[in-house]
Write a protein that binds this ligand. Structure first.
Ligand code: AMP
Length: 455
């Protein structure tokens, strides 16, 4: 029996996972600098939550949700997106009482029964943020600029920002009627799904991926004509503040996004090589959603971006760049020769791991085999320990990037690692970490080493 990952899912293997870790880590840093704090919600929720918020007539709810009943027949759904769960939690935990402007972010998997293809999976991952508690267009501009910063930090260069305004729920009603009017004359040319959408929720025709419907959507009346004065003013101000922050954008009247809860500002980021149908991410205002979820009347705006697509776009923008720099990890391989030094080596490896990643042979292989292994693992330096070294209280250190080899007093080892090996811990707070390590296990291990050599 051979098992396979379910269709539309993928394993993120070592070698690839580093790019994920690095994007997630830089995202956290940037989000936290902007005052966002992480929130983690369950990966499944009551199905009803998404029906009410994302919308009954959306593709997500109609076709893409993973729903199931548990053993007590509770109707549940794997989350297809992160905003509704965050709002559910915000209301359930009265987070609005804690601070007037609540800024939250999340990182995690989402699930949609989509047709798998490039950049489209059934389990994919979002980095998302929500700012709850302000109607100010400054927040809109800040959220959009923040999202752009994340995309740039991932290494994406060819970004296209599209924006639109959907107005408030009231104005949307007259716009919806205008759309209905527009599409009614073209009913026969619509796909069967869109004929249903025409009656239930004409705006959803704009999300349709069928080329004929897409074509028909090009000449729809512009939402801008249906915006109230306040909506128009808000939209103008968002554009003004985006300009102040130096962001260029295209206005796109078809940008309604595939979820029902958006009001006023919507936006999406695209990459020119991935095309218009594959957005890197997007978001918008959802001024009525908190109330819809049983909370007070609190306006909000947020975005989510798809990590798979972000990394794909980043790799497209990196293509052709010279990648030849030596990618050796700032890490050590501890090679040891003979049972006589094993105890010292074993302790030393453990102790050194306080300050640097250390690999060590556990099979008593030959020096040649150990060096080969070290090379394969891509470490930057090898420490070589034999009887001779133990007696003279030295280690040999081989730099695998340059091939240089030096004899080093064991007491100088920590300083050497600290100054010569670019490992992540010592990068962050070298003195503190080294001191802490030296104060404890590492000092003990080094003295063990020195003493065992002397005896
Ligand atoms: P949406 O809420 O549908 O606009 O999704 C936001 C972002 O999530 C998109 O722009 C994509 O980057 C990502 N995304 C959505 N659906 C998928 C999927 N099936 N596979 C991969 N990424 C997705």
């Amino acid at each position: 029996m051979k098992y396979k990952a379910p269709r539309g899912t993928q394993d993120i293997l070592p070698g690839k996972v580093e790019a994920w870790q690095s994007f997630e880590s830089i995202s956290r840093t940037i989000l936290e600098r902007h005052g966002y704090r992480e929130i983690r919600t369950p990966v499944f929720e009551q199905k009803e939550l998404f029906l009410r918020t994302v919308g009954q007539d959306t593709d997500i709810v109609q076709k893409e949700m993973y729903t199931f009943a548990d053993r007590k027949d509770r109707q549940l759904a794997l989350r297809p997106e992160g905003t509704a769960p965050v709002i559910r939690s915000y209301v359930e935990n009265s987070l609005w009482k804690e601070r007037a402007l609540q800024k939250l972010y999340y990182i995690g998997p989402m699930f949609r029964y989509d047709r798998p293809q490039k950049g489209r999976y059934r389990q994919f991952h979002h980095v998302g943020a929500e700012a709850l508690g302000s109607l100010s267009p400054l927040v809109d501009a800040e959220v959009i600029a923040l999202m752009e910063m994340l995309l740039r930090a991932a290494g994406i260069k060819r970004l296209i920002l599209k924006i639109n305004s959907l107005g408030e729920a009231e104005n949307r009603k007259s716009y919806t009627l205008a759309l209905k009017d527009y599409f009614s004359g073209k009913r026969d040319q619509l796909c069967p799904d869109c004929r249903v959408r025409l009656e239930a929720n004409p705006m959803r025709i704009l999300d349709c991926k069928v080329p004929a419907c897409n074509q028909l959507s090009r000449d729809i009346p512009a939402m801008e004509q249906y915006l109230s004065d306040q909506d128009s003013e808000h939209y103008e101000k968002v554009q003004h503040w985006l300009g102040v922050l130096g962001l260029s954008f295209e206005k796109d009247k078809n940008l309604v996004r595939g979820l029902d809860y958006y009001t006023r500002t919507t936006f999406e980021f695209h990459h020119d090589e991935l095309g218009a149908t594959v957005a890197l991410g997007g978001g918008g205002r959802y001024d009525g959603l908190v109330e819809e979820c049983g909370g007070p009347e609190i306006p909000a705006i947020g975005f989510s971006l798809g990590t798979e697509r972000v990394l794909l776009a980043a790799s497209l923008d990196r293509a052709g760049k010279d990648d030849t720099v030596d990618k050796r990890k700032g890490a050590l391989y501890l090679a040891w020769l003979g049972e006589g030094v094993l105890e010292a080596a074993f302790k030393l490896a453990f102790a050194l791991r306080n300050i640097v990643p250390v690999e060590m042979d556990l099979e008593a292989r030959s020096l040649k085999a150990q060096l080969r292994q070290a090379d394969k693992m891509g470490v930057s330096h090898v420490l070589i320990l034999g009887d001779q070294e133990l007696v003279s209280k030295k280690v040999q250190v081989k730099d695998l990037t340059t091939g240089d080899q030096v004899d080093l007093d064991i007491e100088k080892l920590v300083e050497f690692i600290h100054t010569k090996i670019k490992c992540y811990d010592t990068d962050k707070a070298p003195e503190r970490i080294v001191d802490k390590a030296l104060g404890g296990e590492l000092r003990e291990a080094l003295s063990f080493f020195v003493n065992s050599g002397g005896n």
